[in-house]
Design a binder for this molecule. Structure first.
Ligand code: ATP
Length: 289
């Protein structure tokens, strides 16, 4: 029997997303409030004697070669530590793909953690985060998890106190939005309303969910809402269904709303399932690291 490790890879939402400027190297400097939620992919990784990396996934359109972030993550540590064995990986995807929930980054983070355990590499969390940034700007956060302020290009992380109990409804319309397209079409000079990130942090610290939710804002909506009115429509429906407030996560198209009671979110979830069955919808909760 060869050793196997299974792990959940949790998705995230952005409680607030601001873009400060475009750097000379083309990257955007951001200020975002990140929150891990209970929607997850599942990775099963088994050591095999022959020196290959095999990935099997339930989504036929996902790459299973070096273009899959799980492959790159495993290869990174395999090369650095000259690991001769191979890996057989089963990736069960549940986080919507290319949806602004960092599904691929979460998978890559989980793959690094699994490699560390399977081969007793002795890497600390910060050692893993240093390597994670080579795979993508959100991957270090996916190792840290929980509630955090993310700055720089996403790699400068400050942990924040956990969100107190609140209920989050995620609704994902069936459209695809490329992150690259959104950033390329962002016109920072035309944005009049930036999120009050410091105000959100203040509310999180004093456990004022309502205050926090009312301050939620995402500057990337200025690009996506123009091209995809469905995003604004879902936000309005969420609020009409009782959400304190609703915004898009990341570069979209996933929209989420924050609710204060279990009964309110159940009712809203039923509404979306019955009246908009073409959208995916999930009730999730914030989780701690
Ligand atoms: P972010 O919130 O970081 O912008 P995202 O939700 O927009 O992420 P992902 O779901 O991570 O996007 O996927 C973006 C692209 O990355 C997909 O089009 C897909 O082909 C590729 N990809 C590579 N590996 C994975 C993976 N393990 N899971 C999902 N997508 C992956």
């Amino acid at each position: 029997m060869y050793p196997t490790i299974q792990k959940n890879a949790y998705g995230k939402i952005n409680i607030g997303l601001d873009v400060l400027r475009k750097r000379e190297d083309g990257y955007h400097e951001v200020r975002m409030i990140m929150q891990t939620v209970t929607l997850f992919d599942r990775l099963h990784v088994t050591v095999i004697p022959n020196d290959t990396i095999n990935i099997e996934t339930n989504l036929s359109f996902l790459p299973t070669n070096e273009n899959n972030l799980v492959y790159s993550a495993v290869k990174l540590l395999k090369d650095e530590f000259s690991i001769k064995e191979g890996l057989s990986i089963k990736l069960d995807k549940y986080i919507p793909v290319a949806a602004g929930m960092a599904g691929g980054s979460a998978d890559a983070a989980a793959a690094l953690e699994i490699m560390n355990e399977l081969f007793s590499l002795g890497l600390t969390q910060s050692n893993l985060m240093e390597r994670a940034v080579k795979l993508g700007a959100d991957v270090p956060y996916c190792i840290m998890k929980g509630t955090a302020l993310s700055e720089g290009i996403g790699e400068i992380l400050t942990p924040l106190p956990p969100l107190t109990d609140c209920f989050i409804l995620i609704v994902k319309p069936n459209i695809h939005v490329s992150t690259k397209y959104v950033y390329e079409n962002l016109r920072l000079d035309t944005i009049t309303s930036h999120p009050d990130i410091d105000g959100i942090i203040y509310d999180i610290r004093r456990k004022d969910i309502r205050g926090m939710a009312l301050k939620m804002n995402n500057v990337l909506e200025s690009v996506t809402e123009k091209d995809y009115p469905v995003i604004c429509q879902i936000k309005n429906l969420m609020i009409a269904q009782g959400a304190i407030h609703s915004i898009m996560s990341g570069s979209g198209p996933t929209v989420f709303g924050i609710f204060q009671s279990h009964s309110a979110i159940e009712k809203a979830h039923r509404f979306f399932r019955e009246d908009y069955p073409m959208y995916k919808s999930y009730i999730v909760k914030p989780i701690r690291p």
